[in-house]
Design a protein around this ligand. Structure first.
Ligand SMILES: [Zn+2]
Length: 154
């Protein structure tokens, strides 16, 4: 959605609406899965060298747990979202969709663990990770015993 900077009045330009999940253009095996429309309700203010945004962003996602790799539901809800866009010289417009897309991706928790995202959940692999971190010995490699095999030949 193209916004012309000259259309933004001094008191700000208000926009609200929804974008489809497809704006994210993420592959299905990405650790972030958009699960539906994202909504926005924002006001834009134009300054000499930047456009400032403030308002609300909300949308349903699934995030992949960094430990058990399961996807868990996460409602991104940013009721006091602010952002700004540095304008290049001569820039007359920008794509609001791109701003909102990038800001969701920046604000979503990265490398989250499912038990941090969902209250009361226990990550099924949490104990495995602690067990691995607790061991100091490197795993012994399974080496076929070639000398025994040579002895059998003689
Ligand atoms: Zn997990």
């Amino acid at each position: 959605m193209e916004i012309f900077i000259s259309d933004i009045p001094v008191e700000g330009l208000h926009h609200s609406g929804e974008f489809p999940a497809s704006i994210f253009e993420l592959s299905p095996d990405d650790s972030i899965r958009p699960m539906g429309k994202v909504s926005y309700d924002i006001t834009m203010y134009a300054f000499e060298e930047l456009v400032a945004f403030s308002g609300k962003l909300k949308g349903p996602f699934q995030l992949q747990c960094s430990t058990c790799l399961e996807y868990v539901d996460f409602l991104a809800d940013y009721p006091e979202w602010t952002s700004d866009l540095d304008l290049e010289e001569g820039q007359k417009s920008f794509d609001l969709k791109e701003i909102i897309r990038e800001d969701f991706l920046l604000n979503l928790p990265s490398y989250a663990r499912c038990d941090e995202l969902i209250e009361g959940r226990e990550c099924p692999k949490a104990n495995d990770v602690e067990a691995i971190e607790g061991t100091t010995e490197p795993p012994t490699s399974e080496r076929p015993d070639v000398w025994d095999a040579l002895d059998d030949l003689s």
